[in-house]
Design a protein around this ligand. Structure first.
Ligand code: SAH
Length: 245
């Protein structure tokens, strides 16, 4: 059988090893190859990603998602929530790399979640589930509030609003990892009141460099140290429209 994405994924394996010290097994590489096929197939029918070269997908979607690995436990069965997962980033690559991690993939758009669900089934990622909801609504639901050890988000909203969409669902002692581009420092400053108000504490802003890309990315780490007041999150849409500033 021909394996069209073998080369791109072999390169991903090399980079994950060199950059993150992450050893991916043959079965995990096969899952990444399968995910690539599914993503490109579905992308020809609906808009899931603007990135369509297998090597670019491996670097900008997979390796970028895997840069969270050093912050996540290798052995414990912790819970990670991916808010605004879209086509499954960073949640699906993390679920492939860490089979014991319980990954919840949340998005407001049902269409994209159908892809994520299908990918989970096809790749036999039994540790994943999808939730179709606005983060603001999920944050008021006891099924999600104060539930997750880790909450990750990439390219969802500006940090002040994103804090209101993530801190309520984070366990006390848990960690939020917001994946940001060049605006990370400015957004972090703008979010300082939201972080404090919602029971968080800024831990660090870590620079990440991906091979071959000029611009660094940043991981904004926020620890949940207190309680989120009951009145948060506010109604869906309000955090972005009237961010806590
Ligand atoms: N994280 C993915 C997708 C980014 S696009 C990636 O990096 O590739 C942003 C996604 O966030 C969209 O799919 C959108 O539906 C979702 N989103 C934005 N605001 C949201 C909210 N308040 N609640 C749930 N999902 C939201």
């Amino acid at each position: 059988m021909s394996r069209p994405y073998q080369q791109a994924i072999a390169e991903l394996a090399r980079q994950a090893q060199a950059l993150l010290g992450c050893e991916l097994a043959a079965s995990q590489l096969a899952q990444f190859e399968q995910l690539t096929g599914l993503l490109l197939d579905w992308n020809s029918r609906m808009n899931l990603t603007g990135i369509t070269e297998p090597a670019d997908i491996a670097l900008k979607h997979y390796l970028d998602s895997l840069t969270l690995l050093p912050y996540l436990p290798q052995a414990r069965r912790s819970r990670l929530l991916d808010v605004g997962t879209g086509a499954g980033f960073p949640g699906l690559p993390l679920a492939i790399a860490l089979p014991q991690l319980r990954v919840t993939l949340l998005d407001a758009t049902a269409k994209k979640l159908r892809f994520v669900e299908e990918a989970g089934r096809a790749l036999k990622l039994d540790s994943t589930r999808t939730v179709h909801a606005r983060a603001e609504d999920a944050g008021r639901d006891d099924a999600h509030r104060g539930t997750y050890d880790f909450v990750a988000a990439r390219a969802v909203s500006r940090l002040p609003a994103l804090m209101e969409c993530t801190l309520p669902m984070t366990k006390r002692g848990g960690l939020i990892i917001a994946m940001k581009g060049s605006s990370a420092q400015e957004e972090t400053r703008a979010a300082s009141k939201a972080i404090a108000t919602l029971g968080g504490e800024l831990e660090s802003v870590d620079e990440v460099r991906l091979p071959g890309l000029d611009k660094p990315r940043y991981l904004v780490m926020v620890r949940k140290v207190g309680k989120t007041p009951r009145r948060y999150p506010r109604q869906a849409g309000t955090p972005s429209r009237e961010p806590i500033m």
